[in-house]
Write a protein that binds this ligand. Structure first.
Ligand code: SMO
Length: 778
């Protein structure tokens, strides 16, 4: 049998995205389009206090409002989300006490949202306020009030140190320290988080609609928390307008809406508004890192110490408390692409009176990159060396693979040095340095920033993939077209296209003859879902594995009917034919008709039908993608504005399934990186109020802020089926470090070295007013 996979037609090609026709023409169904006769809409009354005992809730006036069907508190909706690992209970509707602004207390179901909102205004809640805990360093102090009475605010503490760290650190010729601060952010998806539920009164089955990254995980959580069996709950994920990690979580509103659908026996829907989204979508980052590092006279880095403190907010989010992801994983890859032999980390994750932290694209990554690249740039500046040379000297080389870092993470083969050299060429580094010097004499401040990243991808378990495999069902229909279903939960990544490409090559059919189903637990096989940059590698592996199995059956059937050897059968252009005798052929449709209808023609022992399900687990715990981002910025010292002038990316995610889709991921990640570096920040004031609850306060990058990018690919295959590595997060992991390094470089004459994001115009103006420019200031 000629191996079709060895000469793919579709895999690796720039196939136009199949899903885009409906997405760009307004034909796609998002959650708010889910509508059923008699559907009720829900509004929540949320805490406006960060920390308080609830002394009374008066819902009488709300209940009396015409059009209101139900007004519920914890008393008639006693549901909870329990994080088993961290022993916190997050009541779906607050019980006796609130711990962050935005925590749901009362749920109102009404004929429509307007009535529900009006009723919400009529609810009266009395509070007895207590001192809120709002700062990660304060949270850790003995004297600070406990967010959860009776237990320490620091709920996770871990210390790790490589053998010989102290000697290496203390005896090093140079030591420097700095504190790196990471602000709160959130995924800020275009489509707000939402949920709808509907019970079939005949079967008692509950169907839940939700924009979610992991349909089966959501079903499992709903079943556990509602006390239902998995065959009685169906999760349907419609089109998802952006997820970025925030839609991998379980939320109180989902429980309440499900419960309402069951108890009221009516379809129920809740669509978050933008303010609610900022208040109640999981937040991310929010940490402080006290870092010290040691190096020699040449710039060889010897040891890194990092005390990582992360602010989890009020509860351990389910299933993924973000503070652990932001610290533990950062500690796993803190040395990045550099062969730094020693590392010591202390991790403290604490509770506070803020919205819980969950996942946001690149969890840990922008943090680790900012610190690791920040260290290299500080070493270079301290020693008066070119940051490129310091990188070259410290970089993992080809001879080092497979490389084990100080956290004992095993990096598979990558192209660290080559990606940097290629990116330097793309950006014209040497030339830029000359121009930069010239500009400075004119009082113009341009800078270049380099970020060489490692991206752990396709982990056996991630926030969306508690199982290390992904599943794929393939059915060749009686008419010869192909339907495949996967457990993935795409939110714009183009899985329908990439999975169809992989299956088409195995079966020798056109991508247009394949329909990819996902996001419906009734049709999709149980799988992990989308997150942790796993879909291409693990989902793709499942698609290829299932394709191979189906291909084997088709070949066997064709060989039998055409009276040829299996080795001589080829599948191409929708046909099975005998190699070298194209006239001796059967269409896939003819094969399917035999398989389903004329079953007497099947070979001995072959079961009727063409339907299989397969699970694929890659042969590694994690696969490391890599690459380099280089940013060129101009900082305007008078206005503080930062312009991104040029941007180069060299990316290595193993074999490419579809370069256009990979580049789309890079474009989006860099855009979000610009947001993280310069714009986006969730700010709580000193009273614990979130003051950035609109798009006017939480600034997202627009097209004017995002430059054109020069992108090149390197393909160092992984050991997975297809040789893919994940790449969903690498660009956001790398970009903030590159962009902020460029600002540090531009403002070097003012002695600036960025150690906190976002870098705002006001911050720039302050730096410039305090610093002393070496040359060319006006
Ligand atoms: S932040 Mo997750 O969706 O990888």
């Amino acid at each position: 049998m000629a191996d079709m996979a060895s000469r793919p037609q579709f895999t690796g090609s720039r196939i136009t995205r199949i899903e885009d026709a409906r997405l760009v023409s307004g034909q796609a169904r998002y959650l708010d389009d889910v509508d059923f006769p008699g559907m009720l809409e829900v509004a929540f009354v949320r805490s406006n206090r960060p920390a308080a005992k609830i002394t009374s809730i008066d819902i009488e006036a709300a209940k009396a409002l015409p059009g209101v069907k139900a007004v519920w508190t914890h008393d008639n909706c006693p549901l909870e989300m329990t994080s088993a690992g961290f022993k916190t209970t997050w009541y779906a509707l607050a019980k006796d006490e609130v711990r962050f602004v935005g925590e749901p207390i009362v749920a109102i179901a009404a004929e429509n949202r307007y009535v529900a909102e009006d009723a919400a205004d009529l609810v009266r809640i009395r509070y007895e306020e207590v001192e809120p805990v709002l700062d990660v360093r304060t949270a850790a102090l003995e004297s600070t009030r406990q967010v959860h009475e009776g237990r320490s605010n620091v709920f996770f503490h871990r210390e790790r140190k490589t053998e010989g760290f102290d000697d290496a650190f203390n005896n090093a010729p140079h030591r420097l320290k700095d504190t790196f601060t990471f602000h709160r952010q959130t995924g800020a998806a275009m489509e707000n988080r939402s949920f709808a539920a509907l019970m079939d009164p005949f079967s008692g089955r509950l169907t839940c609609y939700c924009g979610h990254q992991s349909p089966h995980e959501l079903r499992s959580e709903l079943c556990e928390m509602l006390g239902m069996e998995e065959n009685m709950v169906r999760v349907v994920v419609p089109e998802v307008g952006g997820a970025f990690g925030i839609k991998a979580a379980m939320y109180p509103e989902y429980l309440v809406v499900s419960w309402m659908a069951l108890k009221l026996r009516r379809p129920v829907k809740w669509v978050s508004d933008r303010q609610e989204s900022f208040l109640s979508d999981v937040h991310a980052r929010d940490g402080v890192h006290d870092v010290e590092f040691a190096f020699d006279d040449d710039g060889k880095i010897i040891a890194i110490y990092d005390h990582m403190m992360a602010d989890q907010g009020a509860y351990a989010a389910v299933p993924f408390p973000g503070s652990l992801g932001e610290t533990v994983t950062a500690a796993n890859v803190l040395t990045g692409p550099y062969t730094i032999p020693h590392q010591a980390t202390v991790i403290d994750c604490s509770f506070s009176n803020k919205m819980p932290l969950g996942a946001y694209r690149g969890v840990w990554g922008p943090i680790a990159s900012f610190i690791q690249e920040g260290i290299v740039d500080r070493v270079a500046r301290h020693l008066g060396k070119d940051p490129v040379d310091v990188r070259r000297m410290n970089m993992i080389s080809d001879a080092d693979f497979p490389y084990k870092n100080p956290s004992k993470m095993l990096y598979d083969k990558g192209s660290y040095l080559k990606s940097m050299e290629d990116a330097l060429r793309l950006i014209g580094y040497e030339d830029f340095r000359k121009k930069q010097a010239e500009y400075r004499t004119q009082g113009r401040y341009l800078g270049v920033g380099i970020s060489v990243f490692v991206e752990p991808t396709a982990s056996a378990s991630s926030e969306a993939g508690s199982v290390g495999y992904e599943a794929c069902t393939i059915r060749v229909e009686p008419t010869g077209t192909v339907t495949a279903a996967l457990g993935l939960g795409p939110s714009g990544q183009g899985h329908e296209t990439t999975m169809a490409q992989l299956i088409a090559d195995q079966l020798g059919v056109d991508v247009k003859d394949i329909v990819i189903l996902h996001g419906d637990t009734d049709s999709a096989p149980f799988g992990g879902g989308t997150g942790g940059s796993r879909s291409g590698t693990i989902g793709g592996g499942a698609a290829i594995s299932a394709g191979k199995e189906m291909r084997a059956k088709l070949v066997k059937l064709a060989a039998h009917v055409l009276e040829a050897g299996e080795d001589d059968i080829e599948l191409q252009e929708g046909k099975a034919f005998v190699a070298g005798v194209p006239a001796k052929s059967l269409t896939i449709k003819e094969l399917a008709q035999i398989a389903y209808t004329h079953v007497a023609k099947l070979p001995e022992g072959m079961k009727p039908g063409l339907e299989i399900v397969t699970r694929y687990q890659p042969p590694f715990k994690v696969s490391f993608s890599n690459g380099t981002h280089i940013a060129v910025v101009e900082v305007h010292p008078d206005t503080g504005l930062i312009e991104t002038l040029d941007y180069a990316v060299v990316n290595d995610c193993g074999n490419l399934i579809n370069p256009t889709i990979v580049e789309g991921q890079i474009h989006g990640g860099v855009a979000q990186g610009i947001g993280e570096a310069f714009l986006e920040e969730l700010k709580y004031d000193e009273n614990g109020q979130l003051v950035t609850t609109s798009m006017q306060d939480y600034l997202l990058p627009a097209s004017v802020e995002v430059p054109r990018m020069k992108i090149e690919h390197i393909e160092t295959p992984s050991a997975s089926e297809g040789g893919f590595k994940g790449m969903g997060e690498g660009s956001l992991i790398a970009a903030p470090a590159a962009l902020t390094a460029a600002v540090s470089d531009a403002l070097e004459p003012f002695g600036v070295m960025v150690n906190a994001m976002p870098v705002t115009p006001a911050q720039v103006v302050e730096w410039v007013s305090k610093g002393t420019p070496a040359v060319g200031a006006d």
